[in-house]
Design a protein around this ligand. Structure first.
Ligand code: FE2
Length: 367
């Protein structure tokens, strides 16, 4: 399983535990969230005065955000607001903490790990390394860089953006008297730590300084209020899309189906691909997905009859008339199509004779 939902969690009332792992002795930690299968975790860490370790790497992507105090990394003094993204296998400089400091520490792929090394691993994606003082050296941007957008009054500093997954790490703040009246959910997991200030959510109440959540996809959150404002460090594990609505009773399964209904309406070809269960790979001259028939429209609690909307129905019909034309001439595959048809074993019914199995090499068995 992935990390469980934890919200709200206020770490300030919890005690620290002593770290005993190589590379972390002399530090203490609190676990904010943990994936029990992989060991991936988010920790709050206190590096006690006198902490030292040599240059080294881990076999997990790692993120570090300094909350207070000073830490010297590779000779550079880093203070509150300093953010590091250290890709798996990239050697981080020697760390020294003369007088103590607290930080958030994230291991994204595996349990905390440290291997002394002055050299990067030869497979490390060294270009992904980030070291920046986020308070001083990154600008605030309007929250509307994510669209559909939160209410005005949220600002973002983007610290890391993964171009493949669209995962993000970002500082965000809410202005005093921030109000957002709708309810939100996403397809991604969302995580936040309140560096300072309190925000309120209808479902989870106040999240004060030291408040934390790890929230899996499709969980309702909002409406929102913040009386005096707040600043927080947020992360997502993939693309953040704001699905907004006003139904406080919808559950994660209904939210997921409503998200699928967006896909059904707006990207019908992609929906077809995902919904096809019989033969879910590109096939034939057009590279179309071969689906058994029109897939059922996922329920949308806000727009119950959307599938009979003429434009939505037109797009669905269009996808299937294309597939039908393809099916009616199964022998007229292009040479490339024929080659792709034969280079794997599969079962389907393309000529009304019942299911067929093709072995590699293209000969037919009746099943
Ligand atoms: Fe959210």
């Amino acid at each position: 399983m992935a990390r469980p939902h934890i919200e709200p969690f206020v770490e300030l009332i919890e005690g620290y535990k002593k770290f005993r792992l190589r590379g972390f002795v002399g530090a203490e930690y609190k676990t904010l969230s943990l994936d029990p299968d992989t060991g991936a975790c988010t920790l709050k860490v206190k590096f006690n005065g006198g902490f030292k370790r040599p240059p080294g790497l881990s076999y997990s992507d790692m993120e570090l955000f300094i909350l207070n105090g000073e830490m010297t990394v590779g000779g550079q003094t880093c203070r509150e607001g300093h953010y590091f993204f250290v890709p798996a296998g990239v050697a981080m400089g020697a760390v020294e903490v003369p007088q103590g400091c607290e930080a958030l520490l994230y291991f994204n792929d595996a349990e905390p790990h440290f291997e002394p090394s002055a050299e990067n691993h030869h497979f490390a994606l060294a270009a992904g390394y980030i070291s920046v003082n986020s308070y001083e050296d990154r600008p605030w941007a309007s929250g509307s860089i994510v669209s559909p957008s939160t209410a005005t009054g949220v600002m973002l500093k983007l610290l890391r953006y993964d171009p493949l997954t669209e995962a993000m790490t970002f500082l965000y703040c809410m202005t005093p008297e921030y109000i957002q009246d709708n309810i939100s959910y996403h397809d991604c997991a969302e995580e936040s730590y309140h560096i300072w200030g309190t925000s309120w959510m209808m479902q989870f109440g106040d999240l004060p300084t030291g408040g934390y959540f790890w929230r899996p996809p499709y969980i309702n959150h909002g409406s929102f209020r913040s009386k005096y404002g707040c600043i927080a460090l947020g992360r997502t594990d993939s693309k953040l899309h704001n699905y907004f609505h006003f139904n406080p009773w919808s559950n994660p399964s209904e939210n997921l189906h409503r998200a699928a209904a967006f896909l059904y309406r707006q990207r019908p070809q992609l929906f077809k691909w995902i919904a096809a269960t019989d033969h879910n790979h590109p096939h034939g001259p057009q590279g179309q997905v071969e689906a058994a028939g029109p897939a059922e429209a996922p329920p949308d609690f806000e727009r119950k009859d959307y599938a009979s909307d003429p434009q939505v129905a037109y797009l669905q019909r269009q996808v299937f008339s294309f597939l039908e034309a393809d099916r009616s001439a199964p022998r007229a595959l292009t040479p490339q199509g024929a080659a792709r048809h034969m280079d794997h074993s599969h079962t389907h019914d393309h000529d009304g004779l019942g299911p067929h199995t093709h072995g590699p090499g293209g000969h037919h068995h009746h099943t």
